[in-house]
Design a protein around this ligand. Structure first.
Ligand code: PEP
Ligand code: MN
Length: 338
């Protein structure tokens, strides 16, 4: 249930109402916008008398929110959220260009790629240190050493760093990582979601391989319910019967999620296609449909990459993608001519 307050409601009267709602055993989420303040009730609202609240002189309207996700719901927070990753804002018109190798492989590799993607316009550096691989015999990542190499690349370039955590026991190693990624395979690892909900750190939550948008939002809700509201969603392709791409990039998810949630939504055209030559068209399309950013895999030597070489761009190809994406962004953000 959400309560829309009348414009100009005095703070003390608003706070009295909040206290009353809390007294009914509910949590209250307040969203103060330019023109309206919204109080979102979280919990079992079954015993709340909607008409009683609607009669109060400070209340404009009361609406029932039937969606199971509340804190990430656009109805609770009509303005788009901005997630700040160590000085890089994402959302509400701020575009994230996350780029870097699938896996951190060596100091030379990560520094070379970091410098190249920064020169091309990237504002965040990615690199996997703990890798979720289908085969236990494949390269599993450099683990703690990989995180240390990412920090060196951050020092060299100034780019904040993004890396995936695979289990709660690894979290102490991520204290100095700017943004923690929850990968597709862990989207519904509810224990892990609860743990990262306790952190004060931006989270990149990737959609699971076969998960619906509602499930993705419920996973975001897990994190937010713990107190961490700094969540960015990532559409990375889903399993369908499409036969020639690694996954199917569900681009309609971007405008749909923007209707459902205030959280920023970015797109990963690398894992969703699995092919380097499809990354550019899908990146441009993602920018055109309103994504708040892109996460793209870039490798200095894709032919010899230890993971996901086929979908990794060479730095010069990333520069070309970035140029086209920025051109589309310009068109998207231009005011109408008439
Ligand atoms: C990745 O970003 O390297 C990754 C493993 O992605 P996903 O979880 O989307 O497969
Ligand atoms: Mn990868």
């Amino acid at each position: 249930m959400i309560v829309v307050l009348k414009h100009g409601t005095p703070d003390d009267k608003r706070d009295q109402l909040i206290e009353w709602i809390k007294g009914q055993g509910l949590d209250v989420h307040m969203s103060i916008g330019k023109n309206q303040t919204i109080l979102g009730m979280v919990g079992d609202t079954g015993s709340i008398d909607k008409d009683l609240i609607a009669c109060l002189d400070i209340v404009d309207s009361v609406k029932t929110v039937t969606d199971p996700f509340k804190l990430c719901n656009r109805k609770f927070h009509p303005a788009p959220s901005v997630v700040n990753v160590s000085g890089v804002p994402i959302g509400a018109g701020n575009f994230a260009m996350i780029a870097g190798p699938c896996s951190v492989e060596s100091e030379e590799q990560i520094i070379e790629v970091a410098k190249a993607v920064k020169a091309a316009g990237a504002n965040l550096l990615r690199g996997g240190a703990f890798k979720p691989r289908t085969s236990p015999y494949d390269f599993q990542g450099l683990k703690a050493d990989g995180l240390e190499l990412l920090k060196i690349a951050r020092k060299e370039t100034g780019l904040p760093i993004v890396s995936e955590v695979m289990g709660a026991e690894q979290l102490p190693l991520f204290e100095d990582i700017d943004m923690i990624q929850i990968g597709a395979r862990n989207m519904q690892n509810f224990n892990l979601l609860r743990e990262i909900g306790k952190l004060n750190k931006p989270i990149l939550l990737k959609r699971g391989l076969s998960n619906t948008l509602k499930e993705l939002l419920m996973s975001a809700e897990y994190i937010m319910a713990g107190g961490n509201e700094q969540v960015v969603l990532c559409e990375r392709g889903i399993r369908t019967f499409s036969d020639y791409t690694r996954n199917t990039l569900d681009l309609a998810a971007v405008p749909m999620l923007h209707k459902l949630t205030h959280l920023p939504v970015i797109v990963d055209p690398s894992h969703s296609t699995g092919m380097s030559d499809l990354v550019c068209p899908m990146a441009v399309a993602a920018a055109a449909c309103g994504a708040d950013g892109l996460m793209i895999e870039v490798h200095n030597d894709p032919m010899h990459a230890l993971c996901d070489g086929a979908q990794s761009l060479k730095p010069e190809d990333y520069a070309d993608v970035a140029r086209k994406v920025f051109a589309i962004r310009n068109i998207m953000t231009q005011p109408a001519a008439i």
